[in-house]
Design a protein around this ligand. Structure first.
Ligand code: NAP
Length: 738
């Protein structure tokens, strides 16, 4: 990359100017680096310290030679410098600055030049320190920091490109922004915190005069909060004046927030205080993750994880696997809309359910936690949600977006639902269309895709809807909208789908009529807060059920597993294969049936799996293939073509893996034919499919040699503690990361 710059001049050789000069001098992207400072001694020092190639004595001479000029003086000095240099700038030279405010620099340039030069592109590196002067110059200062360029209408695209590359060459990430937006964003995120720190320390310093002990007891919090009060006073004085309007706006906003908090403290209003603190903590965690480039939970996608499972062993014990995702989502939604405080335990702290939780926080619901799966929701009632401060971002969660759209269509305020790149490709027309029939006003992007812009203040009408395809999400979305629609809303499904929403509505005391394939609600009711112990996910429990069913000597109890009739195919199938499986302590929690499942080893036999069980066990087939490989005789799977379009082609992944381990298995378009046999060892590919990875890990219990499973990183997102639980139960598996 060559930027075709022979000479660069940095005016103002302090912390920022010196650091930029040093970085450019080292990477050699911008030709000879000259430095000018009003104090020549600073420039001379820069030359001695290797910060610049040449110390300029005459500003005018240096300007006349430069192809690129960077103004790195205090914002207040910019206009004076521009007046001095304007007549001497080469016609095709590029000009930029590093000032912390932009509108005033642009205004100054406007006054000096009359017509702004096309080579002028203002900029601002979001990097710095409390130090100043050329001694503090650091070539690495901008690495992995952002630099904002604010191109003007007059700026040429060539100038923007070269300046972008110049900053990129220092290791910075360059963003383009409008001048006004820049000043507003910086007022909120940089200028306001600085003046708060200055003001707090000053206020306490005056107290110190009266009470000499105050600073002596200053704890870490005070030190952290006030670190930036060590910054250069003159610079901050200049910034306050230069960005006065935007800063005053932010200061007023902050003052009113502080007044609210003061009132809450004064009147002992715990709910308001907790609201402020929990929202702030969640927001802070959220932006820390944004800063570190990860999402709500830890992102493992870039990591290579391999499972190595040693052969043999049995599983024993009594434990609980993570909570059900569908129920975790709904517990937050209905808990928020209920009257009173809902306590949730066993909440699945996965990416998707956390996105739902954040959306309700954004709509003013106070939610404490999650801490170890415990969440406390201070319900606001069906009509208590508030307009969120901005678009609701639900990450990759289709459930959040589809269910929320029904609720939001009935609110008094406008909302926008957005998601990550992959969610943005998924169709939302299937919820938007029927909601429109109810009177909702929803705008989508092309082909019904997100973002969804939902207009508030619409009176919805109850409808009857015959779903063209079976979908629990569409059904739930319409029933939630039905809580607000005039009259009755009913939905008929062409095939059975999960009924968690209907059950949980009942659990919260809201009447739901269920007649055959039709579910219906009427508006006018209310939800009453309750306790929800989220059932353990039967899909996660499946791996351990199969483990106990195939490994001689096993005796395992899985506690509090959800046994919703739409999900229990795996129990029925294992029993048909002869498994010794007991449901103990059956009970109902928040409308959902749960039980402890005890399973003891007994030899399995091959069967033709009844097709009516396939939809009730669709996610459980990878593990069931392992059970079949360990059974006596032949197992036939038919009617399961959907397995070919899951996270991987699960039929092919299992056929390949089991063949590697020496099993006689044949894939068919809609299933497989599996001969029970002896499992050997080998290396199998999970194709980034968490259920394939966990299934082969379980297979090792009956293998004669080590099984190595590649691409297991995704297990962490669906079942974070899988390896630890498997080890605890008796499976000899190790995780290797690299
Ligand atoms: P600094 O370390 O004090 O450096 C500024 C330098 O410019 C000093 O050497 C100063 O000389 C010199 N100078 C002042 N007026 C001049 C003039 N008329 N002609 C030539 N040189 C002049 O300050 P800095 O932190 O680098 O800040 C420079 C710019 O960067 C400011 O616009 C600031 O808003 C921006 N900025 C700062 C930070 C940060 O964290 N520090 C971050 C991003 C952007 P004297 O010492 O003699 O005054």
């Amino acid at each position: 990359m060559s930027l075709h710059i022979n000479k660069t001049l940095i005016i103002g050789l302090g912390l920022i100017g010196g650091s930029l000069a040093k970085a450019l001098r080292l990477n050699r992207q911008c030709g000879l680096v000259m430095g000018y400072d009003r104090d020549y001694e600073e420039a001379a020092k820069g030359l001695r310290n290797g910060v610049i190639d040449q110390a300029a004595e005459s500003l005018v001479d240096a300007v006349a030679e430069a192809d690129l000029i960077v103004l790195a003086v205090p914002v207040k000095a910019m206009e004076r410098v521009l007046i001095d240099i304007a007549p001497f700038i080469k016609p095709d030279a590029l000009l930029t600055d590093v000032g912390s405010t932009k509108a005033n620099v642009v205004a100054a340039a406007q006054r000096v030049f009359q017509r702004l030069p096309s080579g002028f592109v203002p900029g601002h590196p979001i990097a710095g320190s409390e130090k100043s002067g050329v001694d503090a110059a650091d070539a690495a200062l901008f690495q992995q920091h952002k630099v904002i360029l604010t191109p003007l209408a007059e700026s040429s695209s060539g100038a923007v490109t070269v300046l972008t590359r110049m900053w990129q060459s220092t290791g910075a990430e360059v963003l383009l922004m409008e001048v006004e937006k820049h000043d507003e964003v910086l007022a909120a995120t940089s200028h306001l915190p600085h003046i708060l720190a200055f003001s707090l320390v000053d206020t306490l310093a005056q107290e110190q005069g009266k009470n000499t002990d105050i600073f002596r007891y200053a704890a870490g919090g005070f030190r952290d909060f006030t670190r930036i009060a060590g910054s250069d006073p003159t610079m901050w004085h200049d910034i306050c004046l230069a960005n006065k309007e935007a800063l005053l706006g932010q200061l007023d906003l902050f003052s009113s927030g502080l007044t609210n908090l003061r009132q809450a403290i004064e009147s002992g209003d715990s709910e308001s205080m907790l609201g402020i603190f929990t929202r702030a903590r969640a927001a802070r965690e959220h932006f820390s993750r944004i800063l570190s480039g990860t999402a709500y939970s830890q992102d493992m996608s870039n990591q290579q994880v391999t499972f190595r499972a040693q052969p043999g062993g049995s599983v024993q014990g009594k434990f609980r696997v993570p909570g059900d995702k569908s129920i975790s989502h709904r517990s937050i939604m209905l808990g928020s809309l209920a009257d009173g405080v809902t306590e949730v335990t066993g909440f699945l702290e996965g990416e998707d359910s956390l996105a739902t939780l954040q959306a309700f926080r954004d709509m003013g619901v106070v939610i404490e936690g999650p801490v170890d799966g415990n969440v406390t929701i201070y319900g606001v009632g069906l009509h208590g949600l508030q307009a969120p401060p901005g678009p609701l971002y639900v990450g990759n969660s289709g459930t959040s977006m589809r269910l929320l759209s029904g609720l939001l269509a009935a609110q008094a305020f406008d909302t926008e639902l957005t998601g990550d790149a992959s969610l943005t490709k998924r169709p939302m027309g299937r919820v938007a269309d029927p909601l429109r029939l109810m009177g909702a006003e929803i705008e989508t992007a092309e082909n019904g895709r997100p973002p969804l812009k939902i207009k508030g203040g619409k009176a919805l009408q109850g409808i009857h809807y015959d779903m063209p395809m079976a979908s629990a999400q569409v059904k739930s979305c319409l029933l939630l909208a039905g809580l607000y629609a005039d009259g009755q809303t009913s939905v008929t499904e062409p095939a059975p789908t999960r009924d968690h929403t209907e059950r949980m509505l009942s659990g919260f005391g809201y009447p739901v009529q269920q007649e055959g394939a039709t579910a219906a609600v009427r508006s006018g009711g209310k939800l009453s807060a309750t306790r929800i112990d989220v059932p353990a996910d039967i899909s996660s429990a499946t791996f351990f059920m199969v483990a106990a069913a195939i490994a001689p000597g096993s005796d395992l109890t899985l506690e509090h597993v959800g046994i919703n009739p739409t999900r229990i195919g795996v129990i029925n199938i294992l029993r048909l294969m002869g498994a010794d499986l007991q449901l103990l302590n059956e009970r109902e929690v928040g409308g959902e049936p749960v039980a402890d499942i005890r399973i003891r080893y007994t030899p399995l036999k091959g069967i033709h799996i009844p097709e009516d069980q396939v939809p009730l066990a669709i996610d459980e087939f990878p593990a069931l293939f392992i059970a079949a490989a360990c059974a006596e005789g032949t197992t036939v799977v038919t009617g399961a073509e959907e397995l070919r379009v899951k996270e991987s082609d699960r039929i092919q992944s299992m056929v390949d893996g089991l063949q590697t381990l020496g099993i006689d298995i044949q894939g068919t378009p809609d299933g497989a034919i599996i001969q029970g046999g002896t499992l050997g060892g080998g290396v199998v590919e999970s194709h980034d499919d968490h259920r394939i990875a966990m299934s082969f890990c379980v297979a090792a219990l009956r293998a004669t040699d080590t099984i190595t499973i590649n691409e297991c990183a995704n297990v962490a997102t669906s079942f974070p503690a899988f390896v630890e639980l498997a080890q605890q139960a008796g499976i000899k598996v190790e995780k290797e990361e690299g």
